[in-house]
Design a protein around this ligand. Structure first.
Ligand SMILES: Nc1ncnc2c1ncn2[C@@H]1O[C@H](COP(=O)(O)OP(=O)(O)OP(=O)(O)O)[C@@H](O)[C@H]1O
Ligand SMILES: [Mg+2]
Length: 285
């Protein structure tokens, strides 16, 4: 335990010394089944990473039911769609969220992303790459399932957190998403996060089962990111439009999401081309 704490401290210190020379880690959060806690995890994991000294940008890419802003009680004037359509500068769509997390709201308009012209795309990517220099992590909250729009994001991401709850249907749907990523984006690193567990054993069992089937049938190794306890404080915080980590910092859910952030920091990052490459891949498909 002490070893892990020391490694974390070293890591945070070394990252503080970095001067704009690195690419941000781009992490997409997804699931097979909806309503398993992706947005709660995206928001609270981002806050925990920020509390650990990381510079975090949180982007809502759920185009159908964008709701990070709702969960944070924010009222965005502009969203990512306004930026890609050229109506707004990046600075206009970035909001200051809690704990220093920068938030970009989702919204319609991205649907036309396939039609963007190359000049416009270059301009957008230049601005995004500048933003990336100020971020250690870029967290993308995606929609659920295997619709084309979600899959586009997953095929462009370097690190993907697949969230499931400990129910057979959710686990089966998580496996469905993992299967597609493993086939189409074999370089991606996939982490499993189990939400709403009632005990440590329950969480560990789901992780073990998914890792085992992915290894056996897909020959694709998964990484465990751990689990988050079922906690009545989460829906309470959602109703208050506040992140549970801030409203109930001592709760079981808050403690487990912080553990998840620490684990993520310790895992080796998947080297990729950063945000520029991510959006190029996204638009090229
Ligand atoms: N650890 C938890 N304990 C108890 N309730 C939780 C927990 N995590 C999430 N919830 C509840 O589950 C509901 C869905 O959460 P959330 O909106 O984060 O899921 P989602 O996967 O983003 O959903 P969607 O697929 O619609 O985007 C929320 O009402 C929230 O209160
Ligand atoms: Mg959501």
């Amino acid at each position: 335990m002490r070893d892990q704490a020391e490694r974390l401290r070293e890591l945070v210190n070394s990252q503080n010394q970095k001067v704009n020379s690195h690419k941000a880690r781009i992490i997409a959060i997804t699931s097979g089944k909806g309503g398993v806690g992706k947005t709660n995890i995206s928001v609270n994991l981002s806050i925990c990473l920020a509390k650990l000294g990381q510079r975090v940008t949180l982007i809502d890419t759920d185009l159908g039911l964008a709701n990070i802003d709702l969960m944070l009680g924010m009222i965005p004037q502009y969203h990512l769609g306004h930026f890609f359509s050229g109506e707004r500068e990046l600075a206009d769509v970035v909001m200051q969220g809690p704990a220093g997390v920068r938030v970009i709201a989702g919204g319609s308009g991205l649907q036309e992303l396939a039609d963007i012209n190359p000049w416009q795309l270059d301009g957008c990517i230049n601005s995004l790459v500048k933003m990336e220099e100020d971020s250690d992590f870029i967290i993308l909250d995606t929609g659920a399932g295997i619709s084309n729009k979600v899959i586009r994001f997953l095929l462009a991401a370097e690190e993907i957190i697949v969230v499931t709850v400990p129910e057979p249907t959710s686990i089966a749907d998580a496996y469905g998403v993992i299967k597609i990523i493993a086939k189409e984006n074999s370089k991606a690193k996939i982490y499993i996060a189990v939400n709403m567990v009632r005990s440590e054993e329950e969480g560990e069992q789901v992780i073990e089962r998914l890792c085992m089937v992915a290894e056996k049938f897909l020959r694709f190794p998964l990484e465990s990111l751990g689990y988050i306890y079922y906690d009545g404080n989460v829906p309470k915080a959602v109703k208050q439009q506040q992140p549970f980590y801030l409203t109930h910092p001592g709760s079981k859910a808050a403690q487990s999401v912080m553990k998840m952030a620490q684990r993520l920091l310790l895992l080796p990052e998947q080297s990729g081309g950063g945000l520029g490459k991510f959006f190029r891949r996204l638009f090229s498909k």
